[in-house]
Design a binder for this molecule. Structure first.
Ligand SMILES: NC(=O)c1ccc[n+]([C@@H]2O[C@H](COP(=O)([O-])OP(=O)(O)OC[C@H]3O[C@@H](n4cnc5c(N)ncnc54)[C@H](OP(=O)(O)O)[C@@H]3O)[C@@H](O)[C@H]2O)c1
Length: 391
Protein backbone atom coordinates (compact mmCIF):
# COMPACT_ATOMS: atom_id res chain seq x y z
CA UNK A 1 0.00 0.00 0.00
CA UNK A 2 2.82 2.35 0.86
CA UNK A 3 4.23 1.63 -2.58
CA UNK A 4 0.97 2.66 -4.24
CA UNK A 5 0.84 5.84 -2.20
CA UNK A 6 4.42 6.70 -3.12
CA UNK A 7 3.81 6.12 -6.82
CA UNK A 8 0.50 7.97 -6.63
CA UNK A 9 2.01 10.84 -4.68
CA UNK A 10 4.87 11.16 -7.14
CA UNK A 11 2.80 11.24 -10.31
CA UNK A 12 -0.61 12.27 -9.06
CA UNK A 13 -0.43 15.82 -10.37
CA UNK A 14 -2.69 18.70 -9.45
CA UNK A 15 -5.85 16.55 -9.18
CA UNK A 16 -4.49 14.66 -6.20
CA UNK A 17 -5.83 15.70 -2.79
CA UNK A 18 -2.50 16.01 -0.99
CA UNK A 19 -4.08 16.74 2.39
CA UNK A 20 -6.07 13.54 2.04
CA UNK A 21 -2.95 11.61 1.08
CA UNK A 22 -1.15 12.99 4.14
CA UNK A 23 -4.00 12.13 6.50
CA UNK A 24 -4.44 8.66 5.14
CA UNK A 25 -0.68 8.10 4.95
CA UNK A 26 -0.50 8.75 8.70
CA UNK A 27 -3.11 6.04 9.21
CA UNK A 28 -1.18 3.64 6.96
CA UNK A 29 1.94 3.56 9.19
CA UNK A 30 3.12 0.04 9.93
CA UNK A 31 0.34 -1.59 7.89
CA UNK A 32 1.66 0.22 4.83
CA UNK A 33 5.22 -0.94 5.35
CA UNK A 34 4.06 -4.51 5.84
CA UNK A 35 1.83 -4.04 2.79
CA UNK A 36 4.97 -3.40 0.72
CA UNK A 37 6.28 -6.72 2.02
CA UNK A 38 3.05 -8.29 0.76
CA UNK A 39 3.76 -6.94 -2.72
CA UNK A 40 7.06 -8.86 -2.71
CA UNK A 41 5.21 -11.99 -1.52
CA UNK A 42 2.90 -11.57 -4.53
CA UNK A 43 5.82 -11.24 -6.94
CA UNK A 44 7.38 -14.39 -5.48
CA UNK A 45 4.04 -16.22 -5.72
CA UNK A 46 3.76 -15.29 -9.38
CA UNK A 47 7.32 -16.41 -10.10
CA UNK A 48 6.61 -19.76 -8.44
CA UNK A 49 3.25 -20.03 -10.26
CA UNK A 50 1.39 -20.55 -6.99
CA UNK A 51 3.50 -23.56 -5.92
CA UNK A 52 3.81 -22.01 -2.45
CA UNK A 53 0.29 -23.23 -1.67
CA UNK A 54 0.69 -26.85 -2.84
CA UNK A 55 1.44 -28.20 0.63
CA UNK A 56 -1.40 -26.13 2.10
CA UNK A 57 -3.77 -27.48 -0.57
CA UNK A 58 -2.87 -31.02 0.53
CA UNK A 59 -3.48 -30.15 4.19
CA UNK A 60 -6.81 -28.59 3.37
CA UNK A 61 -7.77 -31.71 1.37
CA UNK A 62 -7.03 -33.79 4.48
CA UNK A 63 -9.37 -31.55 6.51
CA UNK A 64 -12.09 -32.15 3.92
CA UNK A 65 -11.49 -35.92 3.86
CA UNK A 66 -11.86 -36.10 7.63
CA UNK A 67 -15.60 -35.56 7.09
CA UNK A 68 -15.90 -38.82 5.15
CA UNK A 69 -18.92 -40.83 6.23
CA UNK A 70 -20.99 -37.67 6.31
CA UNK A 71 -22.30 -35.89 3.23
CA UNK A 72 -19.11 -33.86 3.01
CA UNK A 73 -18.32 -30.46 4.43
CA UNK A 74 -20.77 -27.56 4.77
CA UNK A 75 -19.46 -23.99 4.60
CA UNK A 76 -20.73 -20.41 4.80
CA UNK A 77 -18.89 -17.66 2.91
CA UNK A 78 -19.99 -14.05 3.44
CA UNK A 79 -19.62 -11.49 0.67
CA UNK A 80 -19.44 -14.39 -1.77
CA UNK A 81 -20.48 -12.48 -4.88
CA UNK A 82 -17.20 -10.70 -5.61
CA UNK A 83 -13.44 -10.72 -5.14
CA UNK A 84 -11.94 -13.11 -2.60
CA UNK A 85 -15.38 -14.34 -1.44
CA UNK A 86 -16.44 -15.40 -4.93
CA UNK A 87 -13.08 -17.11 -5.51
CA UNK A 88 -13.47 -18.92 -2.16
CA UNK A 89 -16.97 -20.12 -3.06
CA UNK A 90 -15.71 -21.34 -6.45
CA UNK A 91 -12.69 -23.12 -4.99
CA UNK A 92 -14.64 -24.79 -2.18
CA UNK A 93 -17.50 -26.01 -4.39
CA UNK A 94 -15.04 -27.25 -7.02
CA UNK A 95 -13.49 -29.32 -4.21
CA UNK A 96 -16.85 -30.82 -3.24
CA UNK A 97 -17.79 -28.60 -0.29
CA UNK A 98 -21.44 -27.53 0.01
CA UNK A 99 -21.25 -23.72 0.14
CA UNK A 100 -23.88 -21.27 1.35
CA UNK A 101 -23.19 -17.92 -0.28
CA UNK A 102 -24.20 -14.95 1.90
CA UNK A 103 -24.76 -11.92 -0.34
CA UNK A 104 -26.53 -8.62 0.22
CA UNK A 105 -27.60 -7.99 -3.41
CA UNK A 106 -30.00 -10.58 -4.89
CA UNK A 107 -28.88 -9.81 -8.46
CA UNK A 108 -25.16 -9.98 -7.72
CA UNK A 109 -25.79 -13.07 -5.58
CA UNK A 110 -27.62 -14.89 -8.37
CA UNK A 111 -24.86 -14.03 -10.84
CA UNK A 112 -22.28 -15.36 -8.36
CA UNK A 113 -24.23 -18.58 -7.82
CA UNK A 114 -24.30 -19.12 -11.59
CA UNK A 115 -20.54 -18.48 -11.78
CA UNK A 116 -19.88 -20.91 -8.91
CA UNK A 117 -21.99 -23.62 -10.56
CA UNK A 118 -20.28 -23.03 -13.89
CA UNK A 119 -16.82 -23.31 -12.30
CA UNK A 120 -17.75 -26.64 -10.70
CA UNK A 121 -18.98 -27.95 -14.08
CA UNK A 122 -22.38 -28.99 -12.80
CA UNK A 123 -21.15 -30.82 -9.69
CA UNK A 124 -21.57 -27.86 -7.35
CA UNK A 125 -23.58 -27.99 -4.19
CA UNK A 126 -24.09 -24.32 -3.56
CA UNK A 127 -26.97 -22.10 -2.53
CA UNK A 128 -27.63 -18.42 -2.04
CA UNK A 129 -29.03 -16.71 1.06
CA UNK A 130 -29.56 -12.98 1.59
CA UNK A 131 -27.18 -11.39 4.09
CA UNK A 132 -26.59 -7.72 4.83
CA UNK A 133 -24.05 -7.42 7.62
CA UNK A 134 -25.14 -3.86 8.38
CA UNK A 135 -28.68 -5.01 9.16
CA UNK A 136 -29.24 -6.99 12.36
CA UNK A 137 -32.53 -8.47 11.16
CA UNK A 138 -30.84 -9.76 8.02
CA UNK A 139 -28.02 -11.36 10.07
CA UNK A 140 -30.56 -13.04 12.37
CA UNK A 141 -32.64 -14.30 9.40
CA UNK A 142 -29.54 -15.62 7.64
CA UNK A 143 -28.36 -17.41 10.80
CA UNK A 144 -31.79 -18.99 11.31
CA UNK A 145 -31.83 -20.23 7.71
CA UNK A 146 -28.32 -21.70 8.03
CA UNK A 147 -29.11 -23.34 11.38
CA UNK A 148 -32.26 -24.86 9.84
CA UNK A 149 -30.02 -26.64 7.31
CA UNK A 150 -27.80 -28.04 10.04
CA UNK A 151 -28.37 -30.81 12.51
CA UNK A 152 -26.57 -33.50 14.45
CA UNK A 153 -25.70 -35.37 11.25
CA UNK A 154 -25.14 -32.18 9.28
CA UNK A 155 -23.04 -29.72 11.28
CA UNK A 156 -21.61 -26.50 9.93
CA UNK A 157 -17.91 -27.11 9.19
CA UNK A 158 -16.59 -23.76 8.05
CA UNK A 159 -17.50 -20.10 8.33
CA UNK A 160 -15.45 -17.63 6.32
CA UNK A 161 -16.25 -14.11 7.56
CA UNK A 162 -15.02 -12.48 4.38
CA UNK A 163 -17.33 -9.62 3.40
CA UNK A 164 -15.88 -6.18 3.77
CA UNK A 165 -15.66 -2.57 2.68
CA UNK A 166 -12.59 -0.38 2.82
CA UNK A 167 -12.06 3.28 3.65
CA UNK A 168 -15.62 4.28 2.80
CA UNK A 169 -16.93 7.80 3.57
CA UNK A 170 -18.60 8.46 6.90
CA UNK A 171 -21.94 6.68 7.23
CA UNK A 172 -24.03 5.08 9.94
CA UNK A 173 -26.21 1.98 9.83
CA UNK A 174 -29.94 2.81 10.16
CA UNK A 175 -31.51 3.02 13.62
CA UNK A 176 -30.21 3.83 17.07
CA UNK A 177 -27.49 1.81 18.83
CA UNK A 178 -28.86 -1.32 20.47
CA UNK A 179 -27.62 -0.60 23.95
CA UNK A 180 -28.16 3.15 24.22
CA UNK A 181 -31.46 3.92 22.52
CA UNK A 182 -32.94 5.87 25.41
CA UNK A 183 -33.68 2.83 27.51
CA UNK A 184 -35.49 0.79 24.90
CA UNK A 185 -33.14 -1.49 22.97
CA UNK A 186 -32.66 -0.37 19.38
CA UNK A 187 -32.17 -2.81 16.54
CA UNK A 188 -28.99 -4.89 16.71
CA UNK A 189 -26.26 -3.21 14.66
CA UNK A 190 -28.28 0.03 14.58
CA UNK A 191 -26.51 3.41 14.50
CA UNK A 192 -23.00 2.09 14.02
CA UNK A 193 -20.16 3.51 11.92
CA UNK A 194 -20.62 1.52 8.72
CA UNK A 195 -17.14 -0.04 8.33
CA UNK A 196 -17.28 -1.21 11.93
CA UNK A 197 -20.69 -2.77 11.22
CA UNK A 198 -19.95 -4.40 7.83
CA UNK A 199 -16.43 -5.62 8.58
CA UNK A 200 -16.63 -6.51 12.26
CA UNK A 201 -19.85 -6.13 14.27
CA UNK A 202 -22.06 -7.87 11.68
CA UNK A 203 -19.64 -10.81 11.62
CA UNK A 204 -19.38 -10.78 15.41
CA UNK A 205 -23.18 -11.22 15.60
CA UNK A 206 -23.20 -13.82 12.82
CA UNK A 207 -20.48 -16.00 14.34
CA UNK A 208 -22.07 -15.91 17.78
CA UNK A 209 -25.46 -16.90 16.33
CA UNK A 210 -23.96 -19.70 14.22
CA UNK A 211 -21.70 -21.03 16.97
CA UNK A 212 -24.21 -23.68 18.26
CA UNK A 213 -24.44 -25.15 14.73
CA UNK A 214 -20.67 -25.68 14.39
CA UNK A 215 -19.38 -29.23 14.13
CA UNK A 216 -16.79 -30.69 16.47
CA UNK A 217 -13.83 -29.89 14.19
CA UNK A 218 -15.28 -26.76 12.58
CA UNK A 219 -13.16 -23.78 11.62
CA UNK A 220 -14.03 -20.09 11.65
CA UNK A 221 -11.82 -17.87 9.49
CA UNK A 222 -12.10 -14.14 10.19
CA UNK A 223 -10.78 -12.01 7.34
CA UNK A 224 -8.51 -9.42 8.84
CA UNK A 225 -5.78 -7.51 7.04
CA UNK A 226 -2.18 -6.44 7.29
CA UNK A 227 -3.82 -3.05 7.93
CA UNK A 228 -4.82 -4.21 11.41
CA UNK A 229 -1.32 -3.45 12.71
CA UNK A 230 -1.48 -0.31 14.79
CA UNK A 231 -5.21 -0.07 14.19
CA UNK A 232 -6.09 0.44 17.82
CA UNK A 233 -5.01 3.04 20.33
CA UNK A 234 -6.07 3.40 23.96
CA UNK A 235 -8.52 6.18 23.06
CA UNK A 236 -10.11 4.06 20.34
CA UNK A 237 -12.80 2.56 22.54
CA UNK A 238 -13.85 6.01 23.68
CA UNK A 239 -13.94 7.24 20.09
CA UNK A 240 -15.82 4.13 19.02
CA UNK A 241 -18.42 4.82 21.68
CA UNK A 242 -18.62 8.45 20.45
CA UNK A 243 -18.95 7.34 16.82
CA UNK A 244 -21.83 5.15 17.79
CA UNK A 245 -23.51 7.39 20.33
CA UNK A 246 -27.11 8.37 19.62
CA UNK A 247 -26.36 12.11 19.43
CA UNK A 248 -26.47 12.48 15.65
CA UNK A 249 -25.06 16.07 15.51
CA UNK A 250 -21.58 14.69 16.01
CA UNK A 251 -22.06 12.61 12.89
CA UNK A 252 -20.50 14.72 10.13
CA UNK A 253 -21.77 14.76 6.58
CA UNK A 254 -20.13 17.84 5.06
CA UNK A 255 -16.34 17.64 4.49
CA UNK A 256 -15.69 20.44 6.99
CA UNK A 257 -17.65 18.72 9.71
CA UNK A 258 -15.87 15.52 8.81
CA UNK A 259 -12.56 17.24 9.49
CA UNK A 260 -13.82 18.44 12.85
CA UNK A 261 -14.89 14.97 13.75
CA UNK A 262 -11.54 13.63 12.49
CA UNK A 263 -13.11 10.62 10.86
CA UNK A 264 -10.41 8.94 8.84
CA UNK A 265 -11.83 6.34 6.43
CA UNK A 266 -8.64 4.31 6.48
CA UNK A 267 -8.22 4.50 10.26
CA UNK A 268 -11.80 3.22 10.63
CA UNK A 269 -10.93 0.33 8.30
CA UNK A 270 -7.81 -0.49 10.34
CA UNK A 271 -9.85 -0.43 13.53
CA UNK A 272 -12.41 -2.88 12.13
CA UNK A 273 -9.66 -5.23 10.95
CA UNK A 274 -7.87 -4.92 14.30
CA UNK A 275 -11.10 -6.03 15.96
CA UNK A 276 -11.34 -9.06 13.63
CA UNK A 277 -7.77 -10.08 14.54
CA UNK A 278 -8.50 -9.54 18.25
CA UNK A 279 -11.76 -11.52 18.05
CA UNK A 280 -9.94 -14.72 17.08
CA UNK A 281 -8.11 -15.29 20.40
CA UNK A 282 -10.99 -13.82 22.42
CA UNK A 283 -13.66 -16.08 20.88
CA UNK A 284 -11.30 -19.05 21.09
CA UNK A 285 -10.82 -18.37 24.81
CA UNK A 286 -14.50 -17.86 25.62
CA UNK A 287 -15.87 -20.75 23.58
CA UNK A 288 -13.49 -23.42 24.79
CA UNK A 289 -16.17 -26.09 24.73
CA UNK A 290 -15.15 -28.15 21.70
CA UNK A 291 -12.35 -28.58 19.20
CA UNK A 292 -13.57 -25.71 17.05
CA UNK A 293 -10.83 -23.40 15.85
CA UNK A 294 -11.09 -19.67 15.20
CA UNK A 295 -8.32 -17.78 13.48
CA UNK A 296 -7.83 -14.43 11.78
CA UNK A 297 -6.51 -14.50 8.22
CA UNK A 298 -4.88 -11.88 6.00
CA UNK A 299 -5.52 -12.83 2.33
CA UNK A 300 -2.55 -10.85 0.97
CA UNK A 301 -2.92 -7.78 -1.22
CA UNK A 302 -5.49 -8.77 -3.81
CA UNK A 303 -6.60 -7.37 -7.16
CA UNK A 304 -10.27 -6.74 -6.32
CA UNK A 305 -12.81 -3.91 -6.40
CA UNK A 306 -12.02 -3.17 -2.76
CA UNK A 307 -8.35 -2.52 -3.57
CA UNK A 308 -9.29 -0.62 -6.74
CA UNK A 309 -11.68 1.66 -4.84
CA UNK A 310 -8.99 2.51 -2.33
CA UNK A 311 -5.97 2.98 -4.56
CA UNK A 312 -7.77 5.02 -7.21
CA UNK A 313 -7.87 7.88 -4.72
CA UNK A 314 -4.09 8.06 -4.86
CA UNK A 315 -2.95 6.55 -8.15
CA UNK A 316 -3.82 8.14 -11.51
CA UNK A 317 -6.31 6.09 -13.55
CA UNK A 318 -3.99 5.11 -16.44
CA UNK A 319 -1.46 3.61 -14.02
CA UNK A 320 -3.89 1.89 -11.69
CA UNK A 321 -4.93 -1.17 -13.73
CA UNK A 322 -1.41 -2.13 -14.84
CA UNK A 323 -0.04 -1.53 -11.33
CA UNK A 324 -2.75 -3.59 -9.68
CA UNK A 325 -2.37 -6.56 -12.00
CA UNK A 326 1.43 -6.40 -11.75
CA UNK A 327 1.71 -6.08 -7.98
CA UNK A 328 -1.40 -7.65 -6.44
CA UNK A 329 -2.35 -11.33 -6.33
CA UNK A 330 -5.40 -12.76 -8.05
CA UNK A 331 -8.55 -13.51 -6.02
CA UNK A 332 -7.99 -17.22 -6.82
CA UNK A 333 -4.51 -17.13 -5.22
CA UNK A 334 -5.96 -15.18 -2.27
CA UNK A 335 -8.62 -17.87 -1.81
CA UNK A 336 -5.90 -20.54 -1.65
CA UNK A 337 -4.02 -18.37 0.85
CA UNK A 338 -7.12 -18.13 3.06
CA UNK A 339 -7.87 -21.86 2.92
CA UNK A 340 -4.23 -22.60 3.75
CA UNK A 341 -5.27 -21.86 7.34
CA UNK A 342 -7.26 -25.12 7.26
CA UNK A 343 -4.03 -27.06 6.81
CA UNK A 344 -2.65 -25.91 10.17
CA UNK A 345 -3.05 -28.27 13.15
CA UNK A 346 -5.82 -27.07 15.50
CA UNK A 347 -3.43 -26.30 18.34
CA UNK A 348 -1.36 -24.07 16.02
CA UNK A 349 -4.27 -22.27 14.36
CA UNK A 350 -6.42 -21.68 17.46
CA UNK A 351 -6.75 -17.94 18.04
CA UNK A 352 -3.87 -17.19 15.68
CA UNK A 353 -3.30 -14.57 12.97
CA UNK A 354 -2.45 -16.46 9.78
CA UNK A 355 -0.83 -15.22 6.57
CA UNK A 356 -0.28 -17.58 3.62
CA UNK A 357 -0.74 -20.59 5.90
CA UNK A 358 1.82 -19.42 8.46
CA UNK A 359 1.13 -18.07 11.93
CA UNK A 360 2.37 -14.50 12.24
CA UNK A 361 2.56 -12.15 15.19
CA UNK A 362 -0.56 -10.03 15.38
CA UNK A 363 -0.54 -6.39 16.51
CA UNK A 364 1.26 -6.15 19.84
CA UNK A 365 -1.83 -4.87 21.70
CA UNK A 366 -3.67 -8.03 20.65
CA UNK A 367 -0.78 -10.19 21.73
CA UNK A 368 -0.25 -8.44 25.05
CA UNK A 369 -3.51 -6.96 26.26
CA UNK A 370 -6.23 -9.37 27.30
CA UNK A 371 -8.06 -6.33 28.73
CA UNK A 372 -8.22 -4.62 25.30
CA UNK A 373 -9.54 -7.77 23.66
CA UNK A 374 -12.17 -8.21 26.37
CA UNK A 375 -13.18 -4.54 26.16
CA UNK A 376 -13.81 -4.83 22.41
CA UNK A 377 -15.86 -7.97 23.06
CA UNK A 378 -17.99 -6.05 25.57
CA UNK A 379 -18.50 -3.06 23.24
CA UNK A 380 -19.37 -5.35 20.33
CA UNK A 381 -21.81 -7.35 22.46
CA UNK A 382 -23.64 -4.12 23.28
CA UNK A 383 -23.65 -3.11 19.61
CA UNK A 384 -25.29 -6.36 18.54
CA UNK A 385 -27.66 -6.61 21.50
CA UNK A 386 -26.24 -9.82 22.99
CA UNK A 387 -25.11 -10.39 26.57
CA UNK A 388 -21.33 -10.28 26.88
CA UNK A 389 -21.38 -13.73 28.54
CA UNK A 390 -19.49 -16.53 26.86
CA UNK A 391 -19.04 -17.33 23.15
N1 LIG B 1 -8.25 -6.85 -1.49
C1 LIG B 1 -7.25 -6.77 -0.64
O1 LIG B 1 -6.12 -6.41 -0.98
C2 LIG B 1 -7.47 -7.16 0.81
C3 LIG B 1 -6.37 -7.07 1.69
C4 LIG B 1 -6.55 -7.41 3.03
C5 LIG B 1 -7.79 -7.84 3.46
N2 LIG B 1 -8.85 -7.91 2.59
C6 LIG B 1 -10.14 -8.35 3.11
O2 LIG B 1 -10.63 -9.40 2.31
C7 LIG B 1 -12.06 -9.38 2.33
C8 LIG B 1 -12.60 -9.49 0.92
O3 LIG B 1 -12.23 -8.32 0.22
P1 LIG B 1 -12.22 -8.22 -1.38
O4 LIG B 1 -10.94 -7.57 -1.73
O5 LIG B 1 -12.59 -9.50 -1.98
O6 LIG B 1 -13.38 -7.13 -1.58
P2 LIG B 1 -14.52 -6.98 -2.72
O7 LIG B 1 -14.07 -7.56 -4.01
O8 LIG B 1 -14.92 -5.55 -2.69
O9 LIG B 1 -15.70 -7.88 -2.13
C9 LIG B 1 -16.31 -7.53 -0.92
C10 LIG B 1 -17.55 -8.37 -0.73
O10 LIG B 1 -18.14 -8.01 0.54
C11 LIG B 1 -19.51 -7.74 0.32
N3 LIG B 1 -20.07 -6.80 1.29
C12 LIG B 1 -19.69 -5.54 1.57
N4 LIG B 1 -20.49 -5.01 2.52
C13 LIG B 1 -21.39 -5.95 2.84
C14 LIG B 1 -22.50 -6.01 3.75
N5 LIG B 1 -22.85 -4.96 4.50
N6 LIG B 1 -23.20 -7.16 3.84
C15 LIG B 1 -22.88 -8.22 3.08
N7 LIG B 1 -21.86 -8.23 2.19
C16 LIG B 1 -21.14 -7.10 2.07
C17 LIG B 1 -19.56 -7.16 -1.10
O11 LIG B 1 -20.90 -7.22 -1.58
P3 LIG B 1 -21.43 -6.13 -2.67
O12 LIG B 1 -21.03 -6.66 -4.01
O13 LIG B 1 -22.90 -6.15 -2.44
O14 LIG B 1 -20.79 -4.82 -2.35
C18 LIG B 1 -18.62 -8.13 -1.80
O15 LIG B 1 -19.27 -9.33 -2.09
C19 LIG B 1 -12.47 -8.10 3.04
O16 LIG B 1 -12.83 -8.41 4.38
C20 LIG B 1 -11.20 -7.27 3.02
O17 LIG B 1 -11.14 -6.37 4.12
C21 LIG B 1 -8.70 -7.58 1.26
Amino acid sequence: MALFLLVGGAVGGPGLALREVAREARALTLGGILGARDVFANLRLRAERGRAFSAADAGEAAWRRAARGRRGRLAVVTGANAGVGLALAQLLTARGVHVILGCRSPERGRAALAAVRAAARGGARAELLALDLCDGRSVHAFSRAVRARCGHHRPLDLVVANAGVMATPWARTPGAPAAVAGGAPGPPLGGLESQWAANFAGHFLLVRLLWPALGADARVLLLSSVAHHGGFRPDELRRLAADCAPRAPRAPTAPAARGAHRYSPYAAYKRSKWAMAALAPELQRRAATGAQVVCAVHPGLVDTALAFGFFRRFVPAPLLRPLQSALLRTPADAARAVLAALALPPETAAGAYVVDGRVERADRVIVRSAAARAAVWDVASAHVGLPAGTG
